[in-house]
Design a protein around this ligand. Structure first.
Ligand code: ADA
Length: 566
């Protein structure tokens, strides 16, 4: 996987980013001719005449092997469905633009090979998560691609859980191995982190199968990871055959511990407050194939605004963005892919379970992720809805009990799922969709009163996050009468939102909707001027609106107030 650091010292890996052949697909077979070359990562909507293409296309390139090898190709994300062929043979497929995936092809000969990828971004019964929505589903190989050469037995995954007990750190490490060969074999696993060598021991790996080994190790003398002190440690896992190192995998970890205490959110035992933004992966020049430099620009703007928190609405983000949050010190709420979607689509149950599992598997080690979210503004009222929320939140908790879970809800007092989540999160647009700005405090106090009563059936005493609030403004629309869509009115709404939410004793986090204006699908969202969700503090080109300075003042006030007292 392409990260902001090298994931392997020993394992051969090379980027497959760069120029690929590209052709619109008129049928499912590999086209006889490719009309142009594109630069991968690529959202095809950035190509002339394909700005609104919703369909299928082929990407193709070759790669060279200097000797017979087993390869592992890792895709950061293909939007929204990819089918991979090596030398014309189908080797794997994946649905959902926002989770990484891989294909393993054992026993390839030395020499040149063809890699062809069929991509589909159409809507329909085959796609329960990608639908017409208030964000855009782009098409293409929209995140980096990497080719690796793996031995028969290789390090597949590693999960590192830092534990803090009575001010003493330890590390729970689980490593899984994969085996593409034909004979059971013995391997040993060791790791090194923070100057210590951790011996996990010997393990038998069955032919064509997998094996798991784990251990818990005391970690004296480590520095904590916080947004203010984002200390990271490389974690190097080595696989040995006897005394020979035959494979390796490197990740980065941070020693931080998250827990909830009543209505408070504790990081390393200290109560903190989260203040920041909802951010879509969207850019007019790149679609959702956002380069690292542009990701960094977004985080630098958020830092300038005094933020320490970002919600990856409404899907898992590019791992390089999470790497930057690890390094720069941002707290992240990451959520599996869902925004106001129907639970009745034929493939919903399978696709939401897979998207959630893959998010957890690939992003588990990021210290910046402090909350797992899911099912934004879905059906949290019906029996079916309650069953789905219970199932997905339990799936998250079963995989990772070290982080709290939540879902962003617009149901207010009709929400029937409060008991299933650790944190209650509210999408409330006072001053925009309903209620005047003047009722900001009254509306939230009334809802908090309901939450912290037995009427909420499970919300009482839980932490609360304002997960979405805001107003729309068109950049350049300046009106002294401060009407809807003016920059002045947006500033007025957010000034009052932040005055109330950043200073409320019973609110531990606030995420403005939204960081930047983003493209939406035309079909259902005609009510969006410019076919754009215009609630950004900056527009889609990251140009600041009048509200920018209002947010900055309120966020820096809160930073000063809360960082000192808690
Ligand atoms: C909802 C939704 C967001 C966005 C927002 C809006 O809360 O979760 O994705 O659509 O409304 O702009 O109205």
């Amino acid at each position: 996987m392409v990260r902001t650091f090298f994931e392997h010292n020993l394992r051969h890996n090379e980027s497959l980013d760069g120029l690929w052949d590209f052709a619109i697909a008129d049928k499912d077979g590999v086209p006889s001719s490719f009309e142009r070359k594109v630069l991968v990562p690529c959202a095809w909507e950035t190509l002339p005449n394909l700005e609104a293409y919703r369909g299928k296309a082929w990407f193709r390139r070759t790669f060279e092997l200097s000797q017979p090898s087993s390869i592992r190709i890792v895709f950061g994300g293909i939007s929204h469905t990819g089918r991979v062929h090596v030398d014309g043979k189908f080797v794997g497929t994946h649905y959902d633009a926002f989770t990484p995936w891989e294909v393993v092809v054992p026993g390839l000969s030395s020499g040149k090979h063809e890699l062809a990828v069929w991509v589909d971004n159409t809507f329909g019964e085959h796609s329960a998560l990608h639908t017409e929505n208030d964000y855009y589903t782009y098409g293409g190989i929209t995140r980096p691609v990497e080719l690796q050469i793996v031995p028969d037995v290789y390090v597949d995954r590693m999960y590192a859980k830092p534990l803090l007990r009575e001010d003493v750190w330890s590390l729970e490490l689980q490593v899984t191995l994969a085996h593409t060969g034909k004979a059971d074999c013995e391997r040993s696993v060791r790791a090194s982190v923070a100057g210590k060598t951790l011996q996990l021991g010997e393990v038998t790996v069955p032919a064509g199968g997998a094996a798991e080994i784990q251990g818990t190790f005391p970690m004296e003398e480590v520095s904590e990871w916080t947004a203010e002190t984002p200390t990271l440690y490389p974690l190097v896992v080595e696989l040995l055959d006897g005394t020979n190192i035959v494979d390796d995998k490197i990740d980065r970890i941070g020693f931080r511990h998250v827990e909830l205490q009543g209505k408070k959110f504790l990081l390393n035992g200290k109560s903190i407050r989260l203040r920041g933004y909802n951010r879509h992966e969207d850019h007019p020049l790149f679609g959702n194939a956002i380069p690292l430099e542009a990701m960094m620009t977004d985080l630098q703007i958020m830092a300038d605004l005094g933020c320490n928190f970002v919600r990856t609405c409404h899907y898992p983000n590019d791992m390089r963005f999470l790497d930057l949050c690890d390094e720069l010190g941002f707290y992240v709420w990451e959520e599996s892919h869902a925004r106001g979607i129907s639970f009745e689509m034929p493939l919903f149950d399978e696709q939401i379970a897979t998207s959630t599992r893959e998010m957890l598997q690939w992003h588990y080690n990021h210290p910046c992720i402090v909350i797992w979210g899911c099912l934004n503004e879905c059906d949290a009222q019906s029996e079916r809805g309650q069953e789905v929320y219970s199932r997905v939140l339990k799936q998250i908790k079963a995989f990772d009990d070290s982080r709290p879970n939540t879902y962003a809800s617009h149901h207010r007092k009709k929400d029937k799922c409060c008991k299933h989540a650790d944190i209650l999160s509210l999408n409330i647009y006072t001053g925009w969709y309903v209620d005047p700005i003047e009722r900001m405090q009254e509306v939230i106090d009334d809802l908090l009163g309901w939450i912290h009563s037995d009427e909420s059936a499970g919300g009482e005493g839980k932490p609360v996050i304002m997960s979405e609030f805001g107003a729309g403004a068109i950049l350049g629309n300046r009106q002294r009468c401060r009407s809807h869509w003016s920059e002045e009115y947006q500033a007025d709404v957010l000034d009052e939102c932040l005055r109330v939410y950043l200073n409320h004793a019973d609110i531990m986090g606030a995420a403005i909707w939204q960081f930047c204006d983003c493209r939406v699908t035309k079909e259902r969202w005609r009510s969006r001027p410019r076919t754009t969700n215009n609630k950004g503090t900056v527009d889609e080109y990251r140009r600041p609106k009048l509200v920018y300075e209002v947010v900055k003042r309120r966020m820096l006030e809160a930073k000063k107030r809360w960082d000192s007292v808690e």
